[in-house]
Every structure is written in C-alpha cells, then in structure tokens.
Write a protein that binds this ligand. Structure first.
Ligand SMILES: [Cu+2]
Length: 158
C-alpha cells in the first residue's frame, strides 16, 4: 500500500519534470538607470530578476562605472512612503522579482562620464548561491519638466 503510494508520487514528479516548461535559469533582465535630472542627487537602477531552479537571494549589485550603490525598498509606514536599506532580496525558484518604481530599487550615486557618453553601464549581480550575473543597464534621462519634444517655446530661431 505504502509502496504503491510512493510509486504514484514518483510518477507525478516525473510527469512534472517531463512537462514542456523551459528549464529555469537565474537571470537579470530589463535593467535601466533612471538618471536623476538634478546634479548631485542619486539616480535609480531598476531591473527584473528571474528565478532559477532553486530558491536564492540577490545579495549585492556592483558596477565599475558607479561610485556607490545601495539596495533599497520603498515601504508604507503610518501612511507615509519611505525607503529603507535592503540587505538581500529573496528570489524564489522560477519566480520573478521586480525592482521597480515604488518598490525595491537600487540607489545610484556617481555615474561616470564614460557610461553617460555610452548611454549604458555594466552591472554584476551577486547571488547567495554564488552566481554572478552580468547585465547591461541602459541609462535613461528624464526630459526637463515643461518641455515637450518638437515644440520649443521662447522664440529660438532654427
Ligand atoms: Cu532608495
């Protein structure tokens, strides 16, 4: 009786393994830096982490093009939105973790001129399982407020 139950469970596991799901691979995608329009104030790095076959944690983010990086999480406390440092971010197996506006994010201080000129920066994401994943983040500038493309007010001649 127990033996049969065991066989049924084993069969189920095999059926799951043989499913048409692609093999899960830990990866980082859609990385971009929202460049601060104000000189001297921090920019922000956003990205999506896709989980691999096992649970892990994102431990740190580094870049040769950036002076200082800090993982943060925006939380609601007493009706106020505030940021606090994030030591690590859990990445569930086959799951998805979004670093996005209003949630988890990485603060960016000091984007070097070479990266600004190129329009992107290389990052290394380090995980608890020892994986180090490289990803390129595009640098996005914010349009100055009140200015829409193709419609310059102020009588400038062309
Ligand atoms: Cu922050």
């Amino acid at each position: 009786m127990f033996r049969m139950l065991y066989l049924v469970v084993a069969g189920l596991a095999l059926a799951l393994l043989a499913g048409c799901q692609p093999p899960a691979q830990l990866l980082v995608e859609k990385a971009y830096i929202q460049l601060s329009p104000v000189e001297g104030s921090p920019s922000v790095l956003y990205f999506t982490v896709r989980g691999g076959p096992k649970d892990t944690e994102l431990r740190s983010v580094s870049s040769a093009s950036i002076l200082r990086l800090e993982m943060h999480e925006t939380v609601e406390e007493n009706g106020m939105s505030m940021m606090r440092p994030l030591r690590a971010a859990a990445v569930p197996a086959r799951g998805k973790v979004e670093f996005e506006p209003g949630g988890k994010h990485v603060m960016v201080w000091g984007v070097d001129q070479g990266a600004r000129n190129r329009g992107n920066a290389e990052f290394i994401f380090t995980f608890a399982n020892g994986d180090k994943i490289a990803a390129t983040a595009a640098i996005r500038a914010i349009e100055p407020a009140g200015e829409t493309s193709g419609d310059h007010a102020g009588g400038m001649s062309h």
